[in-house]
Design a protein around this ligand. Structure first.
Ligand SMILES: C[S@@+](CC[C@H](N)C(=O)[O-])C[C@H]1O[C@@H](n2cnc3c(N)ncnc32)[C@H](O)[C@@H]1O
Ligand code: SF4
Ligand code: SF4
Length: 388
């Protein structure tokens, strides 16, 4: 389906939850912690690539992955009853042959689920295409919004180099073509590609954009970041983190995307904030639902509040609910909020949080229109960092 039609479906589903969201925001701020509404499940670290900007592939160990038999009892609790957005990532999710059954299980156990997102390399098309097709059909049947993105970090050899996979571009292209065809047939399915730009592939960013446009593909550009709980790549920061040249390139690149995108899209919101963060010394002004209502579950059952939280326990040793509400863990979450959030680059479900915070969102829209009209004035329009 087209991105704009999908967006309308998403906004309609989000709007349906607004009164509850307002109550939730009040409760989370004033009374006691609310249940998670967003969940990231890294279902395995096993991978079919060896990327240069992510080290998850070094951690793959199938024996440690929770099986569905272990996972379903964990999810069998009213505690999960508020989850609306689920992202399945990894590692490479399609290396799990039970991925379609996993989606069915989440549908059974998460009564408020509205949207599932899946990130994939698409590098093993013979396995991935039938599996993902099954998931698309299941979600269409159950009226669940589904978004799948194949990662593409360059055109041709650049992609092969970033992912360290022979013929990686051709392999990913097969999955891309099959998914794109499927998206045309299914209203509830949004398909696109995702690119992570850093020094190695920066020269190719415009090519990726041009290639995606020729094919009529939606593309999201990830901001390079370093997190052990999600990417096992903190040790790469020194080596591949942005220098001044990459920062200036990316700031301009993100502003160019704001110029082109509809300001109502989640992407535009994210790109403007990333351009702001580069320009303001990495002060975050984006909201994040993980500050008050999110969880990250890793393959072996380790639970984190978000990609920058420490492990708060393991769901095989204690219930997710008891870990989520433990006083000591909530103190840690407050610590993250005070110390880590102010400079965090995570995009995690940012638009979920954004649209629900009406006044800041209205402010964003006003500014985005101003930057769109005159991109050269971006730096003059920077908002004050949070807390100042
Ligand atoms: C960690 S991967 C997991 C799913 C799958 N293996 C894939 O590559 O699509 C999820 C997304 O994170 C992106 N990513 C990898 N390293 C990153 C980094 N250092 N900073 C930001 N995003 C990154 C990938 O490009 C991909 O789009
Ligand atoms: S980005 Fe994806 S494919 Fe690359 S190593 Fe990380 S998990 Fe694997
Ligand atoms: S550290 Fe980042 S991901 Fe975690 S809650 Fe804060 S903003 Fe969100």
């Amino acid at each position: 389906m087209s991105t704009s039609t999908f967006r309308l479906h998403y906004i309609a589903k989000t709007a349906a939850g607004v009164p509850r969201d307002l109550v939730n925001t009040f409760i989370s701020a004033k009374l006691h912690p609310i249940r998670p509404t967003v969940l990231i499940y890294n279902c395995t670290w096993v991978c079919d690539a060896k990327c240069t900007m992510c080290s998850n592939w070094k951690w793959g160990n199938r024996k440690e992955d929770l099986t569905l038999e272990q996972l379903e009892p964990v999810m069998d609790s009213p505690f999960w009853g508020a989850v609306e957005n689920l992202n399945i990532s990894g590692g490479e999710p399609t290396t799990r042959l039970d991925l379609p059954q996993m989606v069915e299980m989440f549908h059974r156990r998460l009564p408020r689920l509205r949207k599932i997102g899946i990130n994939t390399t698409g590098l093993t098309p013979a396995r991935a295409i039938p599996m993902l097709t099954k998931i698309v059909k299941f979600c269409a049947d159950k009226d669940l919004l589904l978004s799948i993105r194949v990662s593409l970090d360059g055109i041709g050899d650049v992609h092969n180099q970033v992912r360290a996979v022979k013929n990686g571009f051709d392999k990913a292209s097969k999955t891309i073509d099959a998914m794109q065809a499927l998206a045309k047939e299914h209203e509830h399915f949004q398909f696109g590609i995702a690119s992570t730009i850093f020094a190695t592939n920066m020269e190719d960013a415009e090519n990726i954009l041009a290639w995606a446009r020729t094919k009529g593909l939606d593309v999201v550009f990830n901001m390079l970041r370093f997190t052990d709980a999600m990417l096992h790549n903190k040790e790469l920061q020194e080596k591949i983190g942005f220098r001044a040249r990459e920062e200036e390139f990316m700031r301009t690149f993100f502003i160019d995307r704001v110029k082109e995108e509809s300001v109502l899209s989640g992407q535009s919101f994210m790109y403007l904030h990333y351009a702001d963060m580069i320009a303001n010394g990495y002060h975050r002004t984006m909201p994040c639902p993980f500050q008050s209502q999110g969880l990250l579950l890793n393959p072996n059952g380790d639970l984190h509040y978000c990609e920058n939280s420490q492990k708060i326990g393991n769901v095989l040793d204690a219930s997710a609910e008891s870990l989520y509400y433990a006083a000591e863990n909530l103190r840690h979450r407050q610590h993250i909020k005070d110390e880590v959030c102010p400079t965090c680059l995570s995009p995690c479900q940012v638009n979920v949080g954004a649209m629900k915070q009406f006044v800041p969102y209205a402010r964003f829209l006003k500014r985005a229109y101003a930057v769109k009209r005159d991109p050269a004035r971006h730096i003059d329009t920077l908002p004050q960092p949070v807390g100042q």
